[in-house]
Design a protein around this ligand. Sequence first.
Ligand SMILES: Nc1ncnc2c1ncn2[C@@H]1O[C@H](COP(=O)(O)OP(=O)(O)O)[C@@H](O)[C@H]1O
Ligand SMILES: [Mg+2]
Length: 293
Amino acid sequence: MCPLPLPAGAAPCSLIDGPVAKPKEGVPPIVEFQGVTKTYGVGTRREFTAIRDVSFRIDDLDKTGEFIGLLGPSGCGKSTVLRMIAGLAPHFPPTVGQVLVAGRVPGGPGPDRGMVFQDYTCFDNRTVLDNVAFGLECLGAAPGARREAAMEWIAKVGLDPHRDAYKYPHQLSGGMRQRVAIARTLILKPRIILMDEPFGALDPATRHNMQDLLVALWREVEATVFLVTHDISEAVFLADRIFVMSNSPGTIIRQFHVLSPDRPARLMQREPAFQDTVFRVREVLDGLKEGKE
Ligand SMILES: Nc1ncnc2c1ncn2[C@@H]1O[C@H](COP(=O)(O)OP(=O)(O)O)[C@@H](O)[C@H]1O
Ligand SMILES: [Mg+2]
């Protein structure tokens, strides 16, 4: 059974594997979109509807968070969906419908929602340590406490606290910079992590390492994750559930429940069962490219 309302006329979801965790009782969904449409530049010559009638509901699960992968053709509105959850203007608020975070309309961005972008740039004039500690600094944490927490997170993302903490971003590889970006976001313990093609600029081996790191950290922080990616294997590997969006104006046309990762990325992604799932998702996306949806 498909647990979410899908837009009228949408095909039913494909159930590859059922979800395991149960929603907390009496707690509102962690994220809910109710018939959300976004039109940019309303009333101007540039008026453009990016997403139309997007509805979904992500439950607040007990002792875990759901990992949602967002796939769809370029320009279908994936980043718009993510930035709406973040409460960022001009994407938020929606033109029609409601975006709810933990049962409330968000007033704007907040520390409960952390974002990691592909080209997320750290502050070039700050060391790794000061970049990672930045959010705590903004929240007014004492210097000793934020240094200690930052050192802990530098280690958790696989950097060396002694060797790397005092480096500047230009002294780091792309993979290392993304580790800093992840540490900087997770140090604030967001309930929701929003990632927009975070590994898009990395080479395949680094990408696999980052995927494994993300799985380990996600299990530890128990947050709900939304990950936008162009890489179907990445979505199938990382996600519990994949939303496929239609061509522009985007709406969710399919969802797939997929198995959670239980082995390293480079091993699991070679297996025939995994590749079969990727193939099934790819067929839907290829159909979109041919203009069937
Ligand atoms: N701030 C904006 N103002 C006007 N149009 C926008 C804005 N942001 C995105 N768009 C348009 O909305 C559509 C969806 O964009 P986006 O959400 O970035 O898609 P995706 O991430 O799937 O590639 C695109 O056609 C894009 O040009
Ligand atoms: Mg995008």
